[in-house]
Design a protein. Structure first.
Length: 262
């Protein structure tokens, strides 16, 4: 399924993004790997051994959308793109009353505007070739609110509205669109999460440390791609909160009130 295809993966220098780069490249796909960490991208590429030749590193910052169109034109030219996996993003650890508006905007610039900017730049290629699969990473807290995650949760919920609309508008163009909804995965997202002063949280949260590995998460995502799932759930028991929130909202709020926010 992946051999001979071309995939653009953001957040590719660590965590789920890194694991997906390896899975795609080792399956014979050409991979454009992006993040804001050039050295991390080089490390990931070199760690793929024989498959490293399938990987092109294209570092950029999702918060700087001005250069995205030029990057896409430079690296794709008149070529094709089969998969876009929007994995990159940032999280948050701050109460609403402690979060300045500039930090809300920064989180939205990365999680929402950066993601849709790359999507819009690549969309014409897929429309022209009348094929392609676009995936965006949400979160279980992209389906409900969660303490210390106000801007993060809101930015992820905004992605659902955008990408569901993208799917409805482009069914006629034979495009597939999926939302990846991770629960707890052992990545550095909590380490790099932004506190109220804009500095990094600096530690791995206890709950996240008990999550599934990035490699298992990547395999679950690829399985969802193969099955053309519009929502790809990634995680373990914590995912039951999605169903409780939908069917028994009163019970969800009772449970959420007792959950540790880290």
């Amino acid at each position: 399924m992946l051999a001979g295809k071309t995939a653009w993966i953001t957040g590719a220098s660590s965590g789920i993004g890194e694991a997906l780069v390896r899975e795609f490249a080792e399956s014979g796909a050409k991979v454009i790997a992006s993040s804001n960490d050039p050295e991390g991208l080089t490390r990931v590429k070199n760690s793929c051994g024989k498959a490293s030749g399938m990987i092109t590193c294209v570092p950029f910052n999702l918060a700087d959308t001005a250069e995205i169109g030029e990057l896409v034109a430079r690296h794709l030219g008149g070529g094709r793109i089969d998969y876009l996996l929007n994995i990159g993003g940032t999280s948050q650890r701050a109460r609403i009353e402690e979060t300045p508006l500039w930090l809300d905007r920064k989180i939205f610039e990365i999680n929402y505007f950066g993601t849709i900017a790359l999507t819009k730049a690549l969309l014409p290629y897929m429309v022209r070739q009348r094929s392609g699969h676009i995936l965006a990473t949400s979160s279980i807290s992209g389906r409900f609110g969660f303490p210390l995650r106000s801007a993060y949760s809101a930015s992820k919920q905004a992605l659902h509205g955008f990408f569901e609309t993208l799917y409805l508008e482009n069914k006629k163009n034979n495009l597939r669109v999926s939302m990846i909804i991770p629960g707890r995965v052992r990545t550095a997202i909590s380490v790099h999460a932004l506190e109220s002063d804009g500095k990094e949280h600096g530690k791995l949260d206890e709950g996240q440390a008990k999550g599934i590995s990035p490699e298992k998460a990547a395999r679950m995502i690829i399985r969802g791609i193969r099955r053309n799932r519009r929502e790809i759930l990634v995680g373990k028991g914590e995912l039951t909160l999605l169903f409780i929130r939908r069917i028994f909202p009163w019970l969800f709020f009772r449970i959420a009130d007792k959950i540790k926010s880290t």
